[in-house]
Design a binder for this molecule. Structure first.
Ligand code: GLN
Length: 280
């Protein structure tokens, strides 16, 4: 069968199952099956696809039609300037989280040899992007999931920053190692009772432990702030991702734990998403 015919069939199937990005998704899945770039798929519509490849493609289309995110089907996601390996054990890196990188790079513009801690490292996208951009920074990544750490380690190796990072499998409450110039975190912050209202692609496929912020959504944020106030150096910077409706409460928590608020940033949808503060 020809690439074009399969893609058309796949697109139609996805569209009938209410997948809005049906065309691009079909192309991406075809490029995954053929191990070619998307450009190749588009430029060679009449190339023949063998039976095994056609079957693999149809399987992926079927999974996508049930909402499984493209990143989990391809096993990778672009974030900042880099590509990250992902599995269903890690949250898929979000474009909004790139805000944290932007701020981290601004704050540390003329600094060298800083020690950076990422609480809840997940895929590693935040800390590894910073380490990749800042050639002489050191990183520590903490996560309570061994599987996340395994993925992060692979990503560290792929980006060539593995010699400047250490990983700890730990709950943040029990982590007491080192003092840091910069702490960053995108903790689980969705109100437990609202998890079910997340998009189906998110709720059905992404790790709930990476999303569930307990009743009120602040359980993990509270822990992260408290521990950060102990692990951070004086004048150290703290960059935290929050939910759209948590600004006031989180500002209070930060102030109570000895942080001065530098700024609150909005994401692409104009929601409060990121707080930058300094330990005083
Ligand atoms: N931004 C993510 C979402 O809306 C949530 C990430 C988190 O809880 N840290 O799906």
């Amino acid at each position: 069968m020809k690439i074009q015919n399969l893609i058309n069939d796949g697109s139609k199937y996805l569209r009938n199952n209410n997948i809005m990005s049906y065309k691009i998704d079909s192309e991406i899945l075809m490029s995954k099956v053929l191990k070619k770039k998307r450009e190749y798929i588009i430029l060679n519509p009449n190339s023949e696809v063998n039976t095994l490849q056609s079957n693999n493609f149809r399987k992926l289309i079927y999974q996508r039609s049930h909402g499984k995110p493209i990143a989990y089907l391809t096993g990778k996601k672009n974030f900042w300037n880099f590509e990250f390996k992902v599995s269903q054990d890690v949250l898929i890196p979000r474009p909004d989280t790139e805000l944290l990188i932007e701020e981290a790079l601004k704050i540390t513009k003329n600094k060298s040899k800083l020690k950076v801690l990422d609480i809840g490292i997940g895929s590693g996208c935040i800390l590894l992007s910073i380490l990749k951009e800042k050639r002489n920074f050191y990183g520590i990544g903490v996560d309570l999931s061994k599987k996340c750490i395994d993925i992060s380690k692979i990503n560290a190796l792929n980006l060539g920053v593995n010699n400047r990072i250490k990983f700890f499998k730990s709950d943040i409450d029990n982590f007491n190692y080192g003092k840091y110039d910069l702490i960053i975190s995108n903790p689980p912050y969705i109100n437990k009772l609202k998890l079910k209202y997340l998009e189906k692609d998110v709720f059905n496929f992404e790790p709930i432990t990476a999303l569930n912020g307990g009743l009120g959504g602040l359980s993990e944020i509270r822990k992260v702030i408290k521990k950060s106030s102990e692990l951070i150096k004086k004048n150290g910077k703290f960059i935290l991702e929050i939910a759209f409706d948590q600004k006031l409460k989180v500002l209070k928590l930060l102030t109570n734990q000895g942080f001065y608020i530098n700024k609150v940033l909005k994401d692409y949808a104009k929601n409060d998403r990121c707080i930058v503060s300094t330990r005083i």
